[in-house]
Ligand binder design. Structure first.
Ligand code: PRP
Ligand code: MG
Length: 212
């Protein structure tokens, strides 16, 4: 029987909750996350453990059929990819922040400023909509350090507890959007696999309802 291929974050914020929701759906995955690929014992499904940022391309190429992924990553790298369900975990904001001591009035304050971020497309589109142009510095991690070392005037990153902003003396000044884990679908999914997807969605919806 054909199996549906699902991408799950290999390590990081979404990994555990992603596996938990599959488990709560009654799908038991055979191997631990040390292996990059695993099968379900009792459901036609294969799990691929992948890097977050690579997942949109895998979906686009049809190498995986579905994925549990943060909306923040889809907005940044997979604006062309649809999702069927919000999954209610890994909630965060995607925000702009500036040093605490800096006076802030409105988004036009970012005009001509240097913004450090791992979300260049998101920031570019957001600011373009407001008619603001800024200079983007793309970095992959520890973004919040950038203003302190003189690399940037501001940052854009995800905010969850807010503790990273706090520790780096930054204040959130614009929330661009709120994000959570979603179930994304490859534009190339076959009809047979879409039928399996519908079974998973049915189970997910009852799990989410029970969690309320
Ligand atoms: C993430 C994100 C923020 C922080 C937000 O970084 O990039 O910096 O978490 O969470 P908080 O509001 O609860 O502090 P992560 O710790 O994953 O490290 P990285 O940016 O170096 O990848
Ligand atoms: Mg970080």
């Amino acid at each position: 029987m054909e199996k549906i291929r699902i991408a799950v974050q290999k390590s990081g914020r979404l990994n555990q909750d992603s596996l938990k929701i599959l488990k709560d759906c009654g799908i038991s995955i055979e191997n631990g996350k040390d292996q990059l690929k695993a099968s379900a014992r009792n459901f036609p499904l294969e799990v691929f453990y992948l890097r977050n940022g690579d997942i949109p391309q895998y979906l686009r190429d049809g190498v995986v059929d579905i994925a549990i992924i943060g909306e923040n990553v889809l907005v940044e790298k997979g604006a062309d990819i649809d999702f069927t369900d919000r999954l209610g975990f890994s909630k965060c904001k995607v925000s702009l922040a500036v040093p605490k001591g800096v006076a802030y009035n409105s988004v036009t304050d970012f005009e001509g400023k240097r913004i450090a971020t791992s979300y260049p497309n998101t920031v570019k589109n957001y600011l373009a909509e407001k008619g603001v142009s800024a200079e983007l510095h793309i970095i992959n991690g520890s973004v919040e350090i950038a203003p302190n070392i003189g690399l940037a005037d501001a940052i854009c990153d995800i905010v969850s507890s807010g503790s990273t902003l706090f520790k780096n003396n930054l204040k959130e000044v614009e929330i661009m959007f709120t994000s959570e884990a979603v179930l994304a679908v490859s534009p190339k999914i076959s009809d047979a696999r879409r039928a399996i997807l519908e079974k998973i969605r049915f189970r997910i919806q009852s799990v989410l309802q029970a969690r309320e």
